[in-house]
Design a protein around this ligand. Structure first.
Ligand code: SF4
Ligand code: SF4
Length: 275
């Protein structure tokens, strides 16, 4: 019989309690951010899903000149990763820039930056989140307590507590896909061709080529996290003032009186005449 999420969590906590000695090593270790998660059986066993692909350094490049704000990436991610209503691993806030009449609309696709120096890892008291050898920052949902420390420690609002699993959650670069040679779902689906994904250690990968030939920026460069999601066309106005909370068309929802938990309705019949 399939295990319920609670069963998995109970087992995860029990495994954690039997590994408190190892936890001490993680919590006090001088290199906690890149340390192997000692309470994590998958890492200890050398499971490729936990270790990642040695020799690679995955990164994403988002060309804001090409993003049309269609939210195909947002939808693809939710479906691929079974993300509950109202929560997002990637999202695309839309913002107005400038002052009337000199204004324009901009879109800023957001996700976990799979930082080179991730501030989310060393705060985890359970050793449930770590960085794979290929740079992807991932979470062991069986080990996570759902304490939320990593959610608070991420300066990019990339993490959330999943209301179904009661664990931390975020983008994994679609580890389940890239480990099979596929692109992350958001990249595969991007209608504007704005998202590219590749190995920074491969000089011919699309990300490496763009890094050599285009001016690129990262969000909040002063955090010291060294994001590995790069942007082309990121205006100064957005770089350090990340708009809105993770949601769909946040400005638009507020404008029509919908809060985060409200459902969009499709107007039909008589109602549609008034839309
Ligand atoms: Fe961690 Fe946030 Fe960086 Fe992602 S963006 S690796 S969650 S600090
Ligand atoms: Fe922008 Fe591509 Fe996402 Fe559409 S799918 S919102 S074009 S990044």
């Amino acid at each position: 019989m399939a295990k319920k999420p609670q069963d998995k969590k109970t087992i995860g906590r029990r495994q954690f309690m039997t590994s408190l000695g190892a936890l001490g090593a993680v919590a006090t270790g001088s290199k906690a951010s890149k340390a192997s998660p000692s309470v994590n059986a998958g890492w200890a066993n050398g499971d490729p899903a936990y270790r990642g692909q040695a020799g690679k350094r995955w990164a994403m490049l988002i060309d804001l000149r090409k993003c049309v704000g269609c939210q195909a990436c947002t939808a693809a991610c939710k479906i691929e990763n079974n993300i509950p209503d109202g929560r997002f691993r990637t999202w695309v806030p839309d913002v107005e820039l400038g002052v009337f009449p000199d204004t324009r609309r901009a879109f800023l696709p957001r996700l976990c930056n799979h930082c080179n120096r991730p501030s989310c890892i060393e705060v985890c008291p359970a050793g449930a989140t770590w960085q794979r050898e290929d740079g992807a920052v991932v979470i062991d949902y069986d080990v996570c307590w759902g304490c939320g420390s990593c959610v608070d420690a991420c300066p990019y609002d990339a993490r959330f507590i999943n209301p179904v699993t009661q664990t931390a959650d975020k983008c994994t670069f679609c580890a389940q896909r890239i480990d099979q040679g596929l692109l992350p779902a958001c990249v595969e689906t991007c209608t504007g061709g704005a998202r590219q994904f590749g190995d920074m250690n491969d000089p011919d990968s699309p990300v490496s080529v763009a890094l050599r030939t285009e001016p690129v920026q990262v969000l909040k460069p002063d955090t010291g996290n060294e994001p590995r999601v790069f942007y082309i066309g990121l205006t100064h106005a957005l770089q350090n003032n990340l708009p809105g909370s993770p949601t769909l068309w946040s400005e638009g929802r507020e404008a029509v009186g919908l809060d985060e938990d409200s459902e969009w309705r499709i107007a039909t019949g008589e109602e549609a005449d008034h839309v």
